[in-house]
Write a protein that binds this ligand. Sequence first.
Ligand code: ADP
Length: 627
Amino acid sequence: MQNEIEILQVEKKIRTRVKKQMEKNQKEYYLNEQMQAIQKELGSQDEFKNEIAELEERIRRKKMSKEAVERLKKELKKLKMMSPMSAEATVVRNYIDVVLALPWFDRTEDKLDVEEAERILDEDHYGLEKPKQRIIEYLAVQKLVKKIRGPILCLVGPPGVGKTSLAKSVARATGRKFVRMSLGGVRDEAEIRGHRRTYIGAMPGKIIHGIRKSGSSNPVFLLDEIDKMSMDFRGDPSAAMLEVLDPEQNFAFVDHFLDLDYDLSEVLFLCTANSLHSIPIPLRDRMEIIELTGYTDEDKLKIAKQYLIPKQTEQNGLEGVDIQFGDQAVKELIHHYTKEAGVRSLERETAAVLRKIAREHVKAPTKGQSFKVDGKYVQKLLGPRKYRFNRAEETDAIGMVNGLAYTTFGGDLLPVETTITSGKGRVTLTGQLGDVIKESAHAAVTYVRARSLVLGLDPDFHEFVDFHIHFPEGAVPKDGPSAGVTIATCLVSALLRAPVRKDVAMTGEINLRGKVLPIGGLKEKVLAAYRAEITTVICPRENEKDLHDIPKNVLKAIEFKFADTIDDVLRWAIAPLAEDHPNAALRAFLGGTAPTEADDWRSSRQWVRDRDLRERADRARENEPVH
Ligand code: ADP
């Protein structure tokens, strides 16, 4: 019993001691924590004070507009009164940081040596004479007036023709910093101008952001893809762009976030776009358009040999390796592995070839190893050919005409087929066609109907037949008015069963009176015809002036015919083949004896009526079918 009692007493003693110890520990822990918190508070106050002092110093030293200095001082005063960790303080701090980080008066000195600029532009780019000249003129004027005035330059052309890299060269030539901002998909004004500071997470817009990134107040600012900007209920970004680009207004550009005037008048803005008609019209008014058309195969070959291959060889670490890239190999790449107006895919494919060579070289590096790249070797490295361009048909065909189209790859041959079946005058159009091309098909049908008598057709032919007009390559969407003459020729050929020359390609819009109206993209179209080995191109008379853009060798290889009316087109495309056509009216028409003035309806009616009566009598005698 005694023993048990002693043990219990010891246990009790221990427990009380442990308890005491624990209480003491807890107290200590609590006090410690409190002390630390107090110290921290004291420290952060210190830190906060330091921060404010530092900001004050930065504001004092930074060169800014008067307005900005005043605003920042005010903001700093506000910040001093705030609790340093509060959300508002973070917002104010962020604002002050943004304003301080802007290059208000930090500018780079302009190099305005026009000859040097010319040299740099030539060094970076092959060809592109006109755009280069225009840029040089621009720089020369700048040198004289010392201030950027006048319209903004806008480089318009298909992808990969060197718009961005030209702009970069301008920056290099003038010694300015370069910033690029893509406007593709911008649909909100706030993206350009920023959000007001009342929004949580508000930021300055893209313009101020770009300027800040460039670190100078006079960079070359590239507004990429200005035609891809769209508009929705949140406002129209093009209105904000107007202010940015207008030299009368942009010395005081207001970003919603900054809420201060920022001077953009020293910035050299350049724009790029893929197509003109999708640039909002008020913006287009403020710009001077410089068009960059696609390259011919010869251009591409030269660009590849002089620029792309050396560049890619270096980038793929193959500088010391003996690689002989033959012309044949480059041509193989141009014709069968790329389909484009520019040279971007060509550059990519060149890189692909060089990468594969790099792999082989690294696997088994032997001394003095050399690679000879020719067409076959390209096929071996890159696999089967990917593209073919449309070629002309082998034989002259009925109801089959070569049109010419302007696509994002430059130009291409656009064949049109028509088949006629008995029916009730329905017109079916297939081949992924847009509204404009459909309308021009209907106009062609109407025109052919109106001219039926002159062409030797039964005036009521449409009551017995259905037309099906088809554009092969159904997967490629097609639109635009320039297939008018092609469709009309195709219809006439199918109706009269007169074949069309296979070596002729044509382009032109028609109106209901049969006039041929001018079209765009003649150079690309002609280059496509050249590639397809077409020998005669029929185009609208008014496009005659565009021929000076076309390379000499192409002009030599192709005969051009300029049409005023669809009758001219028909005569050139059908004539030589149909001289012995059984239809006498057609023969007369093609021979040029029938009245051709579409507006001289009365006399042509009379002539046609007489002739028609004669014809019908003949036909009845010979039992000849109408078509
Ligand atoms: P874009 O902006 O018109 O879509 P890029 O300027 O990005 O095209 O050009 C794509 C590539 O092609 C760049 O690497 C560029 O250097 C090259 N390139 C385009 N045109 C030429 C040219 N005339 N001479 C040399 N390189 C060119």
